[in-house]
Design a protein around this ligand. Sequence first.
Ligand SMILES: C[S@@+](CC[C@H](N)C(=O)[O-])C[C@H]1O[C@@H](n2cnc3c(N)ncnc32)[C@H](O)[C@@H]1O
Length: 98
Amino acid sequence: MATIGDKYLLGSGRSDQDRLRAISAIHDGRTRELLRKAGFISGHRFVEFGCGLGYVTRWAASEGAHATGIDLNEDHLAVATELAPLDLRTLDLARTRA
Ligand SMILES: C[S@@+](CC[C@H](N)C(=O)[O-])C[C@H]1O[C@@H](n2cnc3c(N)ncnc32)[C@H](O)[C@@H]1O
């Protein structure tokens, strides 16, 4: 399944999920730092659009946020659910109007 533009393709298979794990390992420390600088506070509502395997959403929940992860890829969300129970929703944001 092609999900982002025509140059960056991310599918549902194991190698694609390994890519998400690698991305998470590289970026999550910086992501957390940015979220804290942006005002992330325990107890607030937190929504991650395009949550993939849910690493950032899981971190936000562990920090006390009411965290929700949204992704169009049900296979990613199934893996995310296996890692820990989370509030996850399947939604194609490209088909959603504000
Ligand atoms: C590069 S991954 C990032 C995953 C996660 N945010 C992270 O930091 O590890 C991008 C995610 O956005 C999701 N995505 C792409 N297009 C989407 C759309 N139109 N609606 C919902 N999710 C989408 C993909 O399925 C993928 O899991």
